[in-house]
Write a protein that binds this ligand. Structure first.
Ligand SMILES: [Zn+2]
Length: 156
C-alpha cells in the first residue's frame, strides 16, 4: 500500500513536472525567519505575496515587461530562481518563464501541506512565487507565472 502511494505520488509529480524536476515543497526550509522578521525585512507587497501567497495585479509589477538580460532571484532570500533567457512574452501581465535555475524552486504537490499542486515556491525559504501551468512554449511546455513582488532582478 505504501509502495502504491509512493508510485502514485511519483507519477503525479512526473506529470506535473514534464521532464523538468523541481523538488517538492518541503515543510521546513534552510532559510528561516519568524513572521515578525519577515514583516520587518520585506516591503508590504512583497510580504503579502511571498509569505501570504498573495497575487499582485496583472500589469502592475516591476518585471512583467522587463526585457533586460540578467538573473531573477528570490526577494526574500536572494536565491537565484530564473534567467532572462527563459523569460517569454505571455500576455498575462506577470513575468513568465518556461524554465527555472536548477534547484531554485519547489512545487506544491500535496494539498495536505496547504499548498495547491501547481503552486511555485522558493526552495530555500518557501516563499510563494506564483503558479505553473502547462500552456508554456517549447522546450518545456510549461509557464511559470511569477509575481514581480517575489523577485529581485540583477542585470548582467
Ligand atoms: Zn527564497
Amino acid at each position: 500500500m505504501r509502495h502504491l502511494f509512493l508510485l502514485f505520488t511519483i507519477t503525479l509529480f512526473t506529470l506535473v513536472s514534464c521532464g523538468q524536476k523541481p523538488e517538492k515543497t518541503k515543510t521546513t526550509f534552510n532559510f528561516n525567519l519568524s513572521d515578525a522578521e519577515w514583516q520587518a525585512k520585506l516591503a508590504p507587497e512583497q510580504y503579502r505575496v511571498l509569505r501570504k501567497s498573495g497575487t499582485e495585479q496583472a500589469f502592475t509589477g516591476r518585471y512583467w515587461d522587463n526585457k533586460k538580460q540578467g538573473i531573477y532571484s528570490c526577494a526574500g532570500c536572494q536565491q537565484k530562481l530564473f534567467l532572462s533567457e527563459t523569460k517569454f512574452k505571455s500576455g498575462t501581465g506577470w513575468p513568465s518563464f518556461y524554465n527555472f535555475i536548477d534547484n531554485g524552486i519547489a512545487i506544491g504537490t500535496d494539498n495536505h501541506l496547504g499548498y495547491s499542486r501547481n503552486e511555485v515556491h522558493c526552495s530555500n525559504c518557501g516563499g510563494h512565487l506564483g503558479h505553473v501551468f502547462e500552456d508554456g512554449p517549447k522546450p518545456t511546455g510549461l509557464r511559470y507565472c511569477i509575481n514581480s513582488a517575489s523577485l529581485k532582478f540583477k542585470e548582467k
